[in-house]
Design a protein around this ligand. Structure first.
Ligand SMILES: *Cc1c(COP(=O)(O)O)cnc(C)c1O
Length: 390
């Protein structure tokens, strides 16, 4: 027997456990109605919370950007030149979230794995919520700091860990809106702990930016906070903003430091300026998008009211979430897949999320709502789930 890993056996094992991931072919642009594997579906699968991913203004802007600046950036912006639209985007993002400065990244995943090791290194201590997004988990692994995880939202455990820590720098990292549960981290309480124990607080606002707070300024703004002092906010631009990319915002010295030390900002090809054109347009639509956000809230309330009796009947669980992410916890992997398949047979797509993305026994449908959905489409989903739950 050789010691070489037999990937085929590992795949067979995954398959046996019902844990094989599969990418279904999309035959149309992102939207509520899509062709998936050649079949028309009503989709509750994207994070395009404001329906901007296929917005004609964004398409126009990207086209204009491409005509002016070409397609590729050609090199890292540290080598090949910082394009004015990319610089303007950083300025506008900072202003929008109420920070001194912002630094732009190509994706949220890259932002996190660049920011965390730059803020906490050898001799420092990190504190992380156990349900943080995979990119923050990997970011913590990449850092040379000592790492403590605390149970989801358990601030008393965090407080104990902070009190027991002796380090030059302490950094707390948390999702603002948790990506598989839709619940929010209590940022004011976390910030109070950060103040008391002289720690930095890095908040990943992938699901709050554009959706929560006045004019969609994000989860910090929802709580009346700004990315200043100890609070550093990372936001992504591929979800509500409808394009791709990410940024980190905070005080000038923090962002200046990250500009020097976040390796995923430095050692990577610059973001195509055409995408930045689209993002500058997206920011305008987000700021003016109160109507979209109000509609989204109406849809969330309608879905939750409709699912409540179905959950009681079927023994499913809909944990509290006021955000566009609504987790319908079914429990077992096979059972959850069966519900997702039954929905798909009825032309509705809500992805099944299984371990290890979520804890064992908490497999779920991750229903994600968008302002581009209509009320009738929410009712279609409720009706289908009611029939499947029988
Ligand atoms: C999606 C997501 C990311 C990654 O962002 P990308 O831009 O898609 O790479 C990071 N953090 C959280 C919480 C997310 O949900």
């Amino acid at each position: 027997m050789s010691n070489v890993t037999n990937f085929g056996d590992q795949l067979t094992e995954l398959k046996g456990q019902g844990l094989l991931r599969r990418r279904r072919l999309a035959g149309t642009a992102c939207g509520p109605e899509m062709l998936i594997d050649g079949k028309p579906v009503l989709s509750f699968a994207s994070n395009d919370y404001l329906g901007l991913a296929s917005h004609p203004h964004l398409i126009d802007a990207a086209t204009q950007g491409m005509l002016r600046w070409g397609v590729g950036a050609g090199a890292s912006e540290y080598l090949g030149g910082h394009f004015p639209p990319n610089r303007d985007l950083e300025t506008q993002l900072a202003t929008f979230v109420g920070a001194d400065k912002a630094l732009h990244f190509a994706t949220g995943y890259m932002a996190n794995i660049g920011i965390v090791p730059a803020l906490a290194g050898r001799g420092d201590i990190l504190f992380a919520d156990k349900l943080n997004h995979a990119s923050l988990i990997d970011a913590v692994r990449l850092s040379l700091a000592e790492n403590h995880r605390y149970p989801h939202l358990d601030l008393s455990v965090l407080e104990g860990q902070l009190a027991a820590s002796r380090a030059k720098h302490r950094l707390i990292v948390t999702d603002a809106v948790f990506s598989m549960d839709g619940d929010m981290a209590p940022l004011p309480e976390l910030l109070a702990l950060a103040d008391r124990f002289d720690a930095w607080l890095l908040v990943d606002d992938a699901h709050g930016f554009g959706v929560l707070g006045p004019q969609g300024r994000g989860t910090a703004a929802h709580f009346g906070l700004k990315p200043t002092g100890r609070l550093i906010v990372m936001g992504t631009l591929g979800k509500a903003a409808g394009v791709s990319g990410a940024f980190v915002a905070g005080d000038a010295d923090v962002i200046d430091w990250l500009e020097q030390s976040a390796r995923t900002a430095i050692f990577t090809t610059g973001v195509p300026p055409a995408l930045t054109f689209a993002l500058l347009e997206s920011l305008k639509l987000i700021e003016a998008g109160d109507g979209l956000r109000t509609h989204l809230q109406t849809l969330i309330a309608r879905l939750r009211a409709g699912l409540q009796p179905i959950c009681v009947r079927a023994g499913w669980h809909l944990p509290p979430s006021t955000t566009a992410i609504q987790p319908l916890i079914i429990g077992g992997n096979d059972e959850t897949l069966a519900v997702a398949d039954a929905l798909l047979e009825r032309g509705i797509w809500a992805p099944a999320i299984r371990p290890p993305t979520v804890p064992a026994g908490e497999a779920r449908l991750r229903i994600s709502l968008s302002a581009s959905h209509g009320e009738m489409q929410i009712d279609e989903l409720i009706t289908a789930l009611a029939a499947i739950a029988l």
